[in-house]
Design a protein around this ligand. Sequence first.
Ligand SMILES: Nc1ncnc2c1ncn2[C@@H]1O[C@H](COP(=O)(O)OP(=O)(O)O)[C@@H](O)[C@H]1O
Ligand SMILES: [Mg+2]
Length: 234
Amino acid sequence: MLEISGLHAGYGAVSVLHGVDFTLHQGAFLGLLGANNAGKSTIINCLSGVVRPTSGHIRFEGRELTGLAPHKITDMGLIQVPEGRLIFPQMSVLDNLKLGGGTKRAIAKRSDEMERVFALFPRLSERHTQMAGTMSGGEQQMLAIGRGLMGQPKVLMLDEPSLGLSPLFSQIIFAALKKLHEDGLTILCVEQNLNLTLAYSTSGVVLERGVIAVEGSGPELRDHPITRRAYLGL
Ligand SMILES: Nc1ncnc2c1ncn2[C@@H]1O[C@H](COP(=O)(O)OP(=O)(O)O)[C@@H](O)[C@H]1O
Ligand SMILES: [Mg+2]
């Protein structure tokens, strides 16, 4: 569904990605793992069009994405839930959700999708008039995911959804992702929490020094020396 090949990217004179290759198959829940500063967010930001790669290819359903504007990529159904959530704090929960459903593909389905988001996260329904910035971190993450879903994603990309959340909220978030995956959504998830990611994903890739060093299933990756090096510094 999504094919990344020979992807190079960086910031000014600093190069971060040195030829990243991996494939996200339809229906997968792929964990993108790696040490801090390995370049995980840079990959996600290349996929969503926020960072422009210096070379390489990103193909989504056979179409070349490289160089397309972010809103075009969102319209095609590749939707990012950004690191740090980036919801609009001064707007209500409802208005934040409506903004996520404003794309060409999504607008006709907006009210049905809102019902589905409220069924997935009843807390958002209870708090729909509340100003988003006054909610807890876990509730804001629910909102960020809900806003992404409102855009009718074919692929949902998440960047560290459990960052700063309590274990309880992290479980709630991952249980919701599992439900979405079971309902057919393809998911690409960057996560610091190795055990959570490996428990819920169907497979994973580990980024090391700007290239994918290993890929495999959860059990294969959990004890792999490269994973241990990335997460434990071993
Ligand atoms: N906007 C930016 N400008 C300059 N350097 C950046 C920028 N964003 C990230 N970097 C650098 O690129 C490298 C990879 O960062 P990032 O992709 O955020 O890694 P990760 O998400 O794996 O922690 C880091 O060394 C980081 O400091
Ligand atoms: Mg990051």
